[in-house]
Design a protein around this ligand. Structure first.
Ligand SMILES: *Cc1c(COP(=O)(O)O)cnc(C)c1O
Length: 400
């Protein structure tokens, strides 16, 4: 549960600053707000933490994905390569801007396989969305290199890897744009919330306008007199979220460091089980350690191991069976059942491609996810809990 485990006086103080002014909106009310701009400050501190030029707070990770795609001009007629293993929001965002998601395979990192991008390319491919699943990085350098070679945009979905890095550079800053989620499950939380990062000035202003009905946020005039260039919608983060974000961001390094300590202990005894293999992590120093993913030689053995662990009080997830994180399991997506009766954008006449969703096109995901088990790592894990996990692992190993 990460940052949610550490809610305390720091969050209360930041939120109280906002409650004392009574101004919950990030824009306007200049007299009443008494100089308090929590969302703006959160954006500035978040951009600095990540080493990025521009940051924009939004209502969720899902809306962050949509805002970023809209800012880059991805839309009708375009295909976007998205890994089969991700939360459904990554795919939904592509459909929301009128583009078509194409199912990408994963590699031993459990993230998008750079080699699969070229296999899934068509004349309509416009962008690729690598996702850093379960707290650790994809081969992001290779993905960016392949994308550049083919002139594709890269949007990094770093909803699950906030605070993580690859070779010293923060995840979310490798692509043309990057996004984060601060929902209640994520590494740091604002209840609901998200962030969009970019170094590109044009994408930054387009995201800024799009997320607030087109407002150009010209400081020289009042809000009611502001200009605009593009139509948008409302994805504004509010001041209470900004306040929570500030307090949580200051705890992010502690969250990751404590999780690393706990994960290291568990890995120690888990890796002594000879049938167990560990997920590939391209740069272990940049792991947020939110999850520990490991695999067994076959699906049958993984299911057996999972059952024994559960009997010992240790729950794990097998994502091939999960309803929300594996594309072939989304019956509504496979049926192209969008919310409009015309099944837009799948039926959009400007879309010339012929996307197909077939498990045969993601052989590595089908193999790996079926025999991979994922264990959640908490910030606070007592010695008793670690000992319980150790006992469960040792018993499960005997029962294999
Ligand atoms: C959580 C998540 C999202 C969506 O974030 P919300 O803030 O819940 O909307 C997007 N992508 C991935 C990979 C996620 O895990």
């Amino acid at each position: 549960m990460a940052g949610a485990e550490l809610i305390g006086n720091e969050e209360m103080k930041e939120v109280m600053d906002v409650l004392e002014t009574g101004v919950f909106m990030r824009y306007g009310f200049d007299k009443e707000r008494k100089g308090i701009f929590k969302v703006k400050q959160f954006e500035e501190e978040f951009a600095q933490y990540c080493g990025s030029t521009y940051a924009l707070g939004v209502t969720s990770g899902s809306s962050a994905l949509k805002v970023a795609l809209a800012a880059m001009g991805v839309g009708p007629g375009d295909e976007v390569i998205v890994p089969a293993f991700t939360f459904v929001a990554t795919w939904e965002a592509v459909l929301e801007v009128g583009a078509i998601p194409v199912m990408g395979d994963i590699d031993a990192t459990l993230n998008l396989d750079p080699a699969d991008i070229e296999r899934k390319l068509t004349p309509y491919t416009k962008a690729v969305i690598p996702v850093h699943m379960c707290g650790a990085m994809a081969h992001i350098d290779q993905i960016v290199a392949v994308a550049k070679k083919h002139n594709l945009l890269v949007l990094e979905d770093n909803a699950q890897g906030c605070g993580g890095s690859f070779k010293g550079r923060k995840l979310g800053t490798f692509g043309d744009m990057g996004i984060f989620s601060f929902d209640y499950y994520k590494t740091i939380t604002t209840g609901e919330g998200g962030m969009v990062l970019t170094d590109n000035k044009e994408y930054a202003w387009r995201a800024d306008e799009y997320h607030d009905h087109g407002h150009d946020h010209n400081p020289a005039v009042t809000r009611a007199m502001e200009g605009r260039h593009i139509l948008g919608f409302n994805y504004r983060m509010n001041e209470l979220q900004g306040a929570l974000g500030l307090a949580q961001l200051r705890k992010l390094d502690t969250v990751c460091a404590e999780q690393v300590k706990n994960k290291t202990k568990i890995k120690g005894f888990l890796s002594r089980v000879k049938e167990v293999g560990l997920r590939e992590i391209p740069d272990p120093a940049g792991d947020t350690a939110t999850f520990l993913a490991f695999n067994l030689p076959t699906e049958e053995l993984a299911a057996k191991f999972q059952k024994s662990l559960a009997a010992g009080g240790v729950d794990t997830v097998c994502f091939k069976a999960n309803k929300w994180h594996y594309a072939p399991n989304w019956e509504h997506m496979m049926a192209r059942s969008t919310a409009n009766p015309k099944q837009y954008p799948f039926t959009d006449p400007s879309y010339r491609g012929k996307v197909i969703y077939d498990r045969k096109d993601i052989p590595q995901a089908e193999d790996l996810l079926g025999r991979t088990l994922v264990m959640g790592i908490s910030v606070k894990m007592t010695d008793e809990r670690i000992a319980q996990i150790k006992a469960a692992v040792e018993k499960a190993a005997q029962e294999l």
